[in-house]
Design a protein around this ligand. Sequence first.
Ligand code: GLT
Ligand code: MN
Ligand code: MN
Length: 388
Amino acid sequence: MFDYSPKPDHKFTFGLWTVGNRGADPFGSVTRPHKTPAELVHLLGEVGAYGVNFHDNDLIPIDATLFEAEAIKKDFRKALTDTGLVVPMATTNLFSDPIFKDGAFTSNDPRVRAYALQKTINAIDLGVEFGAKTYVFWGGREGTETDSSKSALDAIQRSREAMNFLCEYVLDRKYDLKLALEAKPNEPRGDIYNPTTGHMLAFITRLDHPEMVGVNPEVAHEHMAGINFMHGVAQAWEAGKLFHIDLNDQYPGRYDQDLRFGSRDIKAAFYLVKFLEDVGYQGSRHFDAHAYRTEDYEGVKDFARGCMRTYVILKEKAAQFNADPEIQALLAEINADDHAMTPFLGEYTTEKADALKLQLFDRPAVASRGLQYERLDQLTIDLLLGVR
Ligand code: GLT
Ligand code: MN
Ligand code: MN
């Protein structure tokens, strides 16, 4: 019998804001009582998570005194020691406080831009103090409702200036920290700059220290944009930029749902897990999701256990797919290569191009071959539905 329980090797992490989400939405207030960061760490320890991530203000409220901050940190540290949980990632809340109503790094107000930098360097210090090696940037409010309000060019340049400043800060302080940019197309702003992982990858190439910066793609955010999440993850991986990942689920075309991982599009979740496991991704599997508003804290634990369990089941399914003789025979057939085209493919040479121009292709013959993708897909469905 396969063991579906979470193990430290899986590197399953949750944000304090995920299991600490109290169920408020734009139409209704909280449905769950407050829990302290230390209590949330114990909850995560109980369900078998490996690590916990936080925004500066998940841990320390924005108006806390130094004295209060020290007390909270002490409790949090003790909870980490008691449970064995680690803090692999930290981030800054640059969206909740009203000062960020028109963005942080891209705000038109230089005071807001300077405050956002100050808040971020303090939050980086806090993350590093707890051992974080990855620092996430989600520009939730970096956008517009009306494009008459802000120059899109200025916004891109301000974002770049801020990231360059922060990379220099990390270097200056000699922190062992990688930065990971998280895209989202909209919500809470009407439109958010750098709306997809692909945009972020392009943005990174224009930074002063591109080697320090990667991406943190989130399932729901790319599904909101109606695109194939795994394809974007593959592109990030191939570029050496998959520094972190946010797992959850989402129906396309809806509000930001942050559903339990794999609860909506099990097939997309399967291809994603298969990709991560096949390439040997070593980073955190971070669940950036929250329990339904209907749940109490027992339901929150069900939610957290469910995220991890689905991942482990899909990991087993991926191994089964890779070992399935019928599926593998079909894949071998689909990918068959008699090497007749080798003289024309691969690296460019003038001779190759000249030879290619003379080659005759029997288009109808090549096109007439059935590819058996229907059979392959149904085998995959059978496997996922547990009848294989
Ligand atoms: C917020 C957002 C997430 C981001 C978090 C990091 S906060 O919950 O919806 O996608 O990853 O700032
Ligand atoms: Mn999200
Ligand atoms: Mn996220």
